[in-house]
Design a protein around this ligand. Structure first.
Ligand code: FAD
Ligand code: NAI
Length: 477
């Protein structure tokens, strides 16, 4: 007799495990199937995000930033550190211990919520009566389980360059980029997106000569133009990243020790370089491999994403999909919110996610964070808006921190004053953006923010001043 569940989740990342917890909270008999194996070949819940994404990257960003502070920032505070050294293996150990803490924490949470945790690959077999049949296989052993509802949360995998497969020795995906055992002399990065910039920053701070090659005709085209420009200037001037846009890779050949890359630059001139390691971060593709989507009639779009409606429903009964495997931004918090919402919909509730207020953060130095529309989007849509912008350079807290690069920009509807977008480049942008997300979620106007008391001295005063600036009554500009 096969195990039977009310809700079975395939994938234990931030979309899947959170969906499972919410389903269990709502009283459903729930299981979560996940196949991720860590470097020791053991099950490790939490998906890409906890194992080889959000969490380990932030751990290494912090370690490398500490080194950067010692090398370039402490002197201004009158602090001299003699004989300072760093140990990459210790940094990697620290990173892994944070990952282990969180992934075992997820296993604990599943247990606490009485969720069956099934280790193995989940594959849809089809429906028998009202029940979905799912095969769970691990190392040749298979089990078939049945469930009334199935939530697919199988995430995404890195896209590779044609003819340059990842070997995670010299050609690295996110897994390899997060575990380089020693600082590479020359590091190439293909793609100046989020991973390229975050991982490029880590290894540049630790001493690599980092070259980032970007195919798009500009830098971070999804971000507000002024924010992207300020960040690019700082990455090149202060950090020393070499960033080229409008390039075209013409050849990339890996050997045991290095990768020879040829490309044409923005003027069409041929360029070449041999890198000790090459991170390929040119986007990720939905992970629908071996899910048996075809055989059960599950529709994928042209790019391989599972087709769902606004509520994450597929066209098949009681089959749902959330997170990186469906449309929308590939972000952990978006995946989790979708997971929660699906569990609640299964319970007959009517949750709502406002996709217009999903924040974006890039954890470089300076950090970038934004929510809502960019200025270029508002212009393209013909929306009339007013703008307030305030730099961190005269902000007392930023001066104390020694982190004065950047600004906060607020965009508000010209007629209603409703906030349409907030864009930050600068210190702790990742934390500051939450005020804007809350404000936008509550339909606030710039005047609302302008009239809220902000602590002094704090970085949030730059948000306050940007709001005052919308009405041209900034007090410090
Ligand atoms: P995943 O986290 O990918 O989880 C899917 C899980 O399903 C995996 O464990 C996988 O092994 C398992 N699985 C797949 N197929 C099957 C199957 N058939 N059977 C069983 N199990 C299966 N996002 C942020 O919001 N903030 C960040 O700072 C951030 N940093 C990132 C840094 C890096 C280097 C990377 C690569 C990504 C980062 N992301 C970040 C993106 C974030 O990791 C993803 O958006 C998020 O993990 C998506 O969650 P998910 O649950 O959809 O999928
Ligand atoms: P990305 O989509 O952010 O960036 C990929 C970049 O590669 C783009 O700028 C693209 O123009 C460029 N590119 C594509 N093909 C190319 C080619 N052949 N040659 C040169 N450049 C090329 O994707 P990335 O960095 O791989 O990250 C994947 C996703 O993971 C992100 O979109 C994001 O959703 C998520 N992520 C989020 C983070 C965060 O929230 N802080 C951190 C890291 C990843």
């Amino acid at each position: 007799m096969s195990q039977q569940f009310d809700v079975l989740v395939i994938g234990g990342g931030p979309g899947g495990y959170v969906a499972a917890i919410r389903a269990a909270q709502l009283g459903f008999k729930t299981a979560c199937v996940d196949e991720f194996k860590n470097a020791e070949g053991k099950a490790s819940l939490g998906g890409t995000c906890l194992n080889v994404g959000c969490i380990p990257s932030k751990a290494l960003l912090e370690s490398s930033e500490n080194w950067e502070r010692i090398e370039h920032k402490f002197a201004a505070h009158g602090i001299t550190v003699e004989g300072a050294k760093f140990d990459v293996s210790k940094m990697l150990e620290r990173k892994q211990s944070i990952v282990n803490k969180l992934t075992t924490g997820v296993a604990f949470l599943l247990k606490k919520n009485k969720i069956a945790s099934l280790f193995g690959h989940g594959k849809l077999l089809g429906r028998e009566g009202e029940q979905w049949q799912v095969e769970v296989s691990l190392d040749g052993q298979t089990e078939v389980v049945s469930a009334t509802h199935v939530i697919i949360a199988t995430g995404s995998v890195p896209r590779q360059l044609p003819d340059l497969p990842f070997d995670n020795k010299v050609v690295l995906d996110n897994v390899g980029a997060l575990s380089i055992p020693a600082v590479p002399g020359k590091l190439g990065v293909i793609g100046a997106g989020v991973i390229g910039l975050e991982m490029g920053s880590v290894w540049k701070r630790l001493g690599s000569d980092v070259t980032i090659l970007e195919a798009a005709p500009g830098f971070l085209l999804a971000a507000d133009e002024a924010v992207a420009k300020e960040a690019q200037k700082s990455f090149i001037r202060d950090l020393g990243l070499k960033i080229s846009t409008s390039i075209k890779i013409t050849s990339a050949k890996a050997s045991a020790d290095n990768v020879a890359v040829e490309w044409t630059d923005s003027e069409g001139k041929p360029q070449s370089e041999t890198f000790d390691k090459l991170i390929v971060s040119i986007g990720r593709v939905p992970n629908t491999w071996n899910l048996a989507a075809d055989s059960v009639g599950l529709k994928l779009d042209q790019r391989g994403f599972i087709e769902v409606d606004e509520d994450c429903r597929t066209a098949l009964p009681n089959l749902w999909a959330v997170g990186d495997v469906v449309r929308g931004p590939m972000l952990a918090h978006k995946a989790s919110e979708e997971g929660v919402a699906v569990a609640e919909r299964i319970a007959g509730q009517k949750p709502h996610i406002d996709f217009n207020t999903v924040p974006w953060v890039i954890y470089t130095s300076p950090e970038l964070a934004w929510v809502g529309k960019t200025e270029q989007q508002l212009k393209a849509e013909g929306v009339e808006y007013r703008k307030g912008q305030f730099p961190f350079s005269p902000n007392g807290r930023a001066l104390g921190l020694g982190e004065t690069t950047g600004f906060v920009k607020m965009l508000a509807d010209a007629k209603t004053d409703r906030i349409l977008g907030v864009h930050i480049v600068g210190p702790f942008a990742s934390e500051l953006i939450t005020e804007a997300v809350v404000a936008m979620e509550f339909g606030a106007s710039s005047e609302d923010i302008a009239r809220i008391v902000h602590a002094h001295p704090s970085l949030s005063e730059a948000m306050h001043e940007a709001a005052l600036g919308v009405d041209k009554r900034g007090l410090h500009s």
